[in-house]
Ligand binder design. Sequence first.
Ligand code: NAD
Length: 495
Amino acid sequence: MNLVKHHIGGTATATAERTGQVFNPATGAVQRQVAFASAAEAEQAIQTAKAALAGWRETGLIKRADVFFKLRHLLVERQHELAAIITNEHGKVLSDALGEISRGIENIEFAAGLVHHLKGEHSEQVSRGVDVHSTRQPVGVVACITPFNFPVMVPLWMVASAIACGNTVILKPSEKDPSAANFIVQLFEDAGLPAGVLNVLHGDKVAVDALLDSPDVRAISFVGSTPIARSIYQRASANGKRVQALGGAKNHMVVMPDADLDSAADAAVSAAYGSAGERCMAISVLVAVGDATADALIEKVASRVASLQIGDGTNEASEMGPLITREHRDKVASYVTGATAEGATVVIDGTTQQFDDDGFFIGVSLVDNVRPGMKVYDDEIFGPVLSVVRVETFDEAVALINANQFANGTAVFTRDGRTARQFEVEIEVGMVGINVPIPVPVGAYSFGGWRNSLFGDSHIYGPESIHFYTRTKVTTTRWPDNTATQVDLGFPSNH
Ligand code: NAD
């Protein structure tokens, strides 16, 4: 059985003392193994990245940018091959995989503007004959640790800007769908990136801990579940690194009585069940303002769900694929089967749907009368389960969302501009959609949630990533006239 190896210094390598299984979620079959790095292999990757630092940092900005222009071309040219790799290991349908790639390409396009992003500032004559300017310098070796649900887009969120800023990178992708990372690093090198600037290290906690503990790794970008994000943040920051650790989500979509309920139902179904709910920006809670809104929405959602095609992602007719693992499928099912005992009403029970294949499939579920305090509400389920919370007023909807431990994305559906504006001002969530259910910012903005959806103070990709992956240096300059200097022990003042 073939083995997914690390890619270190331009070379595929692995001792493979420990390995993990990589499934095809649509068939349930193990199709390959992935090497799990030892601490020694992690150290090899770190030292390779460190050795590549000086050369990459000295590479001219125009030449650096050229890699991203070429890479964009290669990614577009080979997007179908890459989408097939995503579908094969993740399970999402091919059209969704192509969508993921196109959102990842936005980060390459942003990085291609690095000459602009890395500009410093200059102030002439801050004091007589004295000028000040600032520059941005790379932080050094950066480690990027990514989740299973976007095996292309999330790595590109991180590595594009990290490399553009002159850093060298170790990417530790999810062990559940590792092959896309190897495809990406090869494309980077085909586009002209020198070997050693981007390295891929596969594995689990052993590899991650080695990255978190190494004094040669200066910054950590992490995306994954909240408990792991929290522990990564604590360990890496205790080790003196800068860290951004993005965690889980429970995204609420408020539907006001004045909303266009047909388009709200379309949006809810697409955002809740797309990619089988395994998106950090998936809508998992519908907050219906007023019982009439709730009743109408539930009917409209249910009628749309009836015709959803669930199946192998390589089949063009499929709109939703399987979940990532059997264990995850069973955990998702447990929230639905336990919901009635918690006092909720299961309107559509996807756990009873039968499938021909042995893949990790589950039908979609809709659960009404959900409230805080129920597990189906409190936990991030990360599957195709949409809960409905009924509230009486707009203020109740806002209070519900602001009290949730997660604060990644949220949306309001309304025809009233004043309500929309009030929502935007009062809601305490990092990304907001007004009649947009999945408000993932375009690549020229940055992405990030609040509260337990992000540990650290820097959002990911876009302008905040340039800040995160560089250190600012400020230089104050005087070219003195030799005759004008004198000894002065006072603190330098500009007056
Ligand atoms: P995960 O936390 O299980 O794994 C993420 C990464 O951490 C993987 O590379 C994994 O190998 C590594 N890891 C796992 N356990 C570890 C441990 N004990 N110590 C060190 N490293 C460890 O997450 P996942 O299941 O791959 O991804 C799904 C989660 O990611 C969901 O919670 C989802 O909301 C979240 N997510 C968040 C965003 C965001 O932008 N906020 C985006 C995508 C996914």
